[in-house]
Write a protein that binds this ligand. Structure first.
Ligand SMILES: Cc1ncc(COP(=O)(O)O)c(C=O)c1O
Length: 196
C-alpha cells in the first residue's frame, strides 16, 4: 500500500530553496532538473502528486533489496526500539553475530579466515582497506582501474580516476597509478571488441 505523503511543501518553493542551500552538484545530476520524490515501495517511487514511477535504477547498492523492504525495515525498527546506539567501548550481541556470519561467508567464498571491521559507508571501507595495505606493506602507491569510483573522501578520491570527482580539487599527492579496465567500453585504444 502506498504511504501518504508527509510533507506539504510545494515543488516550486523546494526548488528555490534547493538552488540556495544545497551544494552545487550535491546530487549527481544526470538531468538538468532532478526529479523530487516523496515516498517509495518495492520498485516504485512516488512524487508529491501521487504519481507512480517504476525505478529502473534498482541496481544501486543502497536500494537493490527494494525500497522499504519489510524485512530490513522491521529489523531496523526493532533495533531502534531496543538499542539504537552504543559507544564503541561496548559490545552488543548483533555486532558479534553479524560478524560471525560475514566471517563464515568470507571463509566459504574465499577460503580465508577473516575478522570483521564495521564501518558506515563505502568510502570509509575503502579508506580502511588503504590503511590495511599501507600498514601491511609499508607502501602507499596503489593501482586502480580507470573509470572506477571509490567514494568522495580524500583517500577514496585518490584511487578514483573519474575527472568529475577530482577536477575541482587538484592533484592528490598519493594518486593511484591507473590501469585500463579489461572491458573496453568506449575504448580509449580504439579496440572494436569488448575485451582488450
Ligand atoms: C564501488 C563503490 N565504491 C565506493 C562507493 C562509496 O560509497 P559511499 O557513498 O557509501 O561512501 C560507492 C558508492 O556509490 C561505490 O559504488
Amino acid at each position: 500500500m502506498k504511504p501518504l505523503p508527509i510533507l506539504s511543501v510545494d515543488e516550486k518553493s523546494l526548488r528555490e530553496k534547493e538552488s540556495k542551500v544545497l551544494l552545487v552538484r550535491d546530487t549527481v545530476i544526470y538531468s538538468p532538473i532532478p526529479k523530487i520524490f516523496e515516498s517509495c515501495e518495492g520498485s516504485f517511487l512516488y512524487d508529491n502528486a501521487g504519481k507512480t514511477y517504476l525505478d529502473l535504477q534498482m541496481w544501486y547498492s543502497a536500494v537493490n533489496f527494494g525500497y522499504r523492504n519489510p524485512t530490513l525495515i522491521n529489523a531496523l525498527k526493532a533495533q531502534l526500539d531496543r538499542l539504537p546506539q552504543l559507544a564503541c567501548q561496548y559490545l552488543h550481541p548483533e555486532k558479534i553475530l553479524l560478524a560471525e556470519k560475514l566471517a563464515n561467508e568470507c571463509l566459504r567464498a574465499f577460503g580465508v579466515e577473516g575478522r570483521i571491521q564495521f564501518n558506515v559507508g563505502g568510502a570509509q571501507a575503502v579508506e580502511d582497506s588503504l590503511k590495511l595495505v599501507r600498514n601491511e606493506t609499508k607502501k602507499s602507491l596503489m593501482f586502480a582501474f580507470t573509470g572506477g569510483y571509490h567514494g568522495r573522501t580524500l583517500g577514496a578520491s585518490e584511487i578514483t580516476s573519474s575527472y568529475r570527482y577530482r577536477r575541482r580539487f587538484g592533484h592528490f599527492s598519493n594518486r593511484a597509478h591507473f590501469v585500463p579496465y579489461p572491458y573496453c567500453y568506449r575504448c580509449p585504444y580504439g579496440k572494436k571488441t569488448g575485451y582488450l
